[in-house]
Design a protein around this ligand. Structure first.
Ligand code: CU
Length: 696
């Protein structure tokens, strides 16, 4: 279903922003824009929006929606552990936010990547900034900017209270799972209030050869929001509690026992004369437990049983002022994000055993930016932005039973504890973009940027060779390095946007040169090698600064053959290579194309979609990465409008039940599965799904 879904355009296209920037700004109410129905839609400007109803599958992995974005993809480690990939970068490199706010994951392997906290039934849409993200979008956006917008209430225009809702239910045979959730809200012109909730549950995902064990999942979330508006001032409170229960991550050494996560935010928006002020305060708290024995077959030796308890607390603020200045608009902002992380590993069969995996880790970011947007005559404009971010990191001393009993771990512990772990980076981002309408039909976009990222806490503070790597899932043990330099990327991006009649095409090309790219390299440290060998990996990696480059092309295109028959396509290609040695980067998406043919009437639509994926043999020798073969899948789905606001969607995913493995999925780590240990996780087999959405 691609066309008939009403969508509110949250973020104005750049072109509109440019025009608007030329007139004095009043406190507009962007929350209450009327829904826009777009037919034969091409994106406008660099923003792309994907709503859940546009995708064929109704499973729980929100990050899968990224596959519908040019350049986007998903690193799959488990059904609730899909990590966003954009143009070959992923994990902490992509600035992934929920409702515009950063989310500090609690799992050291990103079992709860940011989009874990945007369950499908609560999701309005995922928005991606194609190309180089503006500095105002946040710090550490070296790999791009993704924002998941959750459903929310909006102010109305009258005094009388109105009541509305937006509820969706889905079920699919591929994992015998369901999702149920949504929003109930009431509002008038000055107050808005909503409650939201979701429940999702599923069994192991089926593939042509059996079940992928364990890929079951179970979670609920609930929350509320309240907004108040008076004069030119608007306040908002949002609270969300997420409770994930058992959920498998067969690509990682352990599975999720639980995530209990609380999110809280306070917002203010207001106008002071020509100045518009936006401020937000937010807090998140994650409590997490994972094990290697409760969902998967436990290790044979009782001494190898492990469970790990992780917590993360983060506080943050963002303040931004926008004002007209000399024919354009100037934005000035300050933001801070202060995150604490702890992870301890235990053995339930041995009360004396413990390892401080991460102890008292702090990762604090404080940023300042200025961004200037202006029009240059008619049909062209530019954006210039500069951001400074100070990243402060520190970790407390560590200990662990292995370090008390064996010489190797003891040396690593003492070395880590003796090191100066307090580190500060001063990072500078610069972005300049320019667009020009060559004609009514053709627009050109050009951007250059310098973007930075400091090491993640895992890359800096992993002291014992462990697979605790923000979800790399390459089966390798790693150690960190406190003295890593920040990554610095220099990027050029150019795009065209063309439309004529019912046809459109929006291709973009990019080149990104990354200095000090952080990547595991073979450890030369005999102590690290000895300790790692003892635990089964004789070739551990050490996070290090190397040089890399990524380049590629991605496009969105389409053609309306008639009012009823439309073709839409997305193609994504990226190459990632080391510049210092002859090797490819790890876990880079293969060439992927999606072609969809849709027939639609006012009441219903049917889409046949081909998903074509090339083989990926440009793999990382350093990470001992396996190549994967290419494949083609066929999906069929459609929707039927049962009544005003009531839409039934249904379809068959992987209609031909084609056996395949997605290159970005991890390798199976689980012994009692229908997938061999070490084999790449297979893609899902044929799955029938249905989805009912009711909004009023
Ligand atoms: Cu975990």
């Amino acid at each position: 279903m691609r066309v008939s879904t009403p969508r509110a355009i949250f973020l104005k296209p750049l072109a509109v922003m440019m025009t608007a920037a030329a007139v004095p700004m009043v406190m507009a109410a962007p929350l209450s824009l009327p829904p826009v129905t777009v037919a034969g839609e091409a994106e406008e400007g660099p923003r792309v929006r994907v709503a859940p109803a546009e995708a064929p599958a109704a499973g729980p992995t929100t990050a899968r929606l990224l596959k519908r974005v040019p350049g986007g993809n998903v690193n799959y480690n488990g059904p609730l552990s899909g990590i966003v990939q954009y143009r070959g970068m992923y994990g902490t490199r992509v600035n992934t936010r929920i409702d515009g706010l950063p989310m500090a994951s609690g799992g050291p392997n990103l079992m709860d990547p940011p989009l874990h906290y945007a369950p499908m039934p609560l999701l309005e849409a995922v928005e991606v900034h194609r190309g180089i993200a503006p500095v105002s979008a946040g710090n550490e956006s070296i790999g791009g900017h993704v924002d998941a917008r959750l459903k929310s209430s909006t102010f109305t225009t009258g005094e009388a209270a109105e009541f509305h809702g937006d509820i969706s239910a889905n079920a699919q045979t591929g994992d015998d799972g369901y999702g149920l959730g949504g929003l109930l809200w009431g509002a008038n012109r000055s107050h808005r209030f909503h409650v939201l909730g979701v429940a999702e549950e599923g069994d192991d995902t089926r593939f042509t050869g059996g079940d992928i064990h364990p890929t079951e999942y179970e979670r609920t979330a609930h929350g509320f929001g309240y907004g108040f508006r008076r004069g030119g001032h608007e306040f908002a409170v949002d609270v969300l509690r997420n409770e994930t229960d058992d959920a498998g991550t067969p690509a990682l050494p352990m599975d999720i026992r639980f995530f209990d996560t609380d999110k809280f935010s306070l917002g203010y928006k207001g106008a002071f004369g020509a100045h518009r002020l936006e401020a937000r305060l937010f807090y998140t708290e994650v409590d997490h437990l994972m094990t290697n024995f409760h969902l998967r077959q436990p290790p044979p030796a009782p001494a190898r049983f492990r469970q790990a308890a992780a917590t993360s607390d983060a506080r943050g603020f963002e303040v931004e002022v926008r004002r007209p200045a000399a024919g354009g608009e100037l934005a000035l902002g300050v933001d801070g994000h202060f995150a604490d992380h702890d992870t301890d590993i235990f053995n339930p069969n041995n009360g004396a055993f413990f390892v401080n995996n991460y102890n008292g880790v702090e990762r604090d970011r404080l940023g300042l930016f200025a961004e200037w947007q202006a029009a240059v005559g008619e049909g062209s404009g530019y954006e210039l932005g500069v951001r400074y971010t100070r990243v402060d990191m520190d970790a407390d001393e560590v200990d662990g039973t292995p370090a008390r009993m064996m010489m190797g771990p003891r040396m690593l512990r003492d070395r880590f504890n003796a090191a100066d772990r307090d580190r500060t980076d001063h990072n500078v981002d610069v972005v300049a973009t320019f667009f020009h309408d060559l004609s009514e039909e053709l627009r050109v976009d050009i951007g250059v940027g310098r973007k930075t990222r400091s090491p993640s806490y895992q890359e800096a503070f992993l002291w014992l060779p462990l697979e605790s790597t923000a979800g790399l899932a390459d089966r390798k043990r790693y150690v960190g390095d406190v003295d890593l330099d920040p990554e610095v990327a220099y990027e050029v991006d150019a795009g065209l946007e063309w439309r004529r009649g019912g046809a459109y095409a929006a291709p973009r090309v990019f080149y990104k040169r990354v200095d000090d790219y952080i990547q595991g390299v073979p450890s030369g440290d005999p102590v690290v090698i000895a300790v790692s060998t003892m635990n089964g990996d004789p070739r551990p990696l050490q996070f290090a600064n190397v040089d890399a480059e990524l380049y590629g092309l991605d496009a969105r295109f389409g053609l309306a053959f008639s009012d009823r028959l439309v073709m839409d396509g997305v193609v994504s290609y990226v190459r990632g290579e080391r510049r210092d040695i002859d090797d490819d980067l790890y876990r880079i998406a293969p060439l992927t194309a999606t072609l969809a043919l849709t027939y639609e009437t006012a009441a219903w639509s049917v889409t046949t979609e081909a998903e074509l994926v090339a083989e990926q043999d440009r793999v990382s020798a350093t990470n001992e990465e396996d190549p994967t073969g290419g494949y083609g899948l066929l999906h069929v789905f459609g929707h039927y409008r049962l009544a005003d606001g009531l839409v039934l969607g249904a379809g068959i995913n992987n209609l031909l039940d084609k056996e395949h493995a997605e290159h970005l999925s991890g390798y199976n780590r689980v012994r009692n599965s229908d997938v061999a240990v070490g084999e790449r996780l297979p893609g899902a087999g044929r799955s029938l799904f249905a989805r009912l959405n009711y909004s009023w």
